[in-house]
Design a protein around this ligand. Structure first.
Ligand SMILES: CC(C)(COP(=O)(O)OP(=O)(O)OC[C@H]1O[C@@H](n2cnc3c(N)ncnc32)[C@H](O)[C@@H]1OP(=O)(O)O)[C@@H](O)C(=O)NCCC(=O)NCCS
Length: 123
């Protein structure tokens, strides 16, 4: 799952809106699902005419950097090193969505089941 939200970081009330809550079930990781969710989030923001999105992360800077996000600041948040990043949605065309791996495509029919599992997990 992934969300677009307001006021995601107490220390940066000046920045809005945010992309957050990126989560892929452990058994579905490293197949490009997180990347696709990120593209879906930025596509939705573009549809809503958001010029720039922000996120903060303790752990996934490498993934976001690969997707074109830029570092705004490095800081300490909740007692750990965190990085605030931004993605400019104005002007440039959306990067093409990377193709999932072949084994991901073969198992894609299981995705609805995985979505059901996720819904069950957050009830
Ligand atoms: C962070 C998270 C969402 C990534 O999800 P994911 O589905 O594994 O993400 P992807 O598969 O798109 O990318 C992860 C890796 O697979 C690689 N990858 C990307 N697209 C790929 C594809 N099409 N096929 C295969 N591998 C791919 C990426 O290069 C990345 O490798 P890296 O180790 O070099 O960064 C997931 O690990 C997660 O839910 N973590 C726990 C919650 C969390 O930390 N969320 C982020 C909060 S800021």
């Amino acid at each position: 799952m992934v969300s677009l939200k307001f006021h995601d970081m107490d220390t940066r009330p000046d920045l809005d809106p945010w992309l957050g809550g990126l989560l892929v079930l452990p058994e579905w990781r490293n197949r490009g699902v997180g990347t696709m969710l990120m593209h879906r989030g930025t596509k939705e923001a573009r549809r809503l005419n958001v010029p720039r999105l922000y996120l903060w992360t303790h752990s996934a800077e490498k993934l976001y950097h690969k997707l074109g996000w830029q570092v705004v600041e490095r800081t300490n948040y909740f007692g750990k090193e965190a990085v605030v990043m931004q993605f400019d949605l104005s002007g440039q065309s959306q990067r093409s969505i990377p193709k999932p791996r072949a084994d991901y495509l073969r198992s894609a029919t299981r995705l609805p089941a995985a979505a059901g599992e996720l819904r069950g997990a957050i009830r």
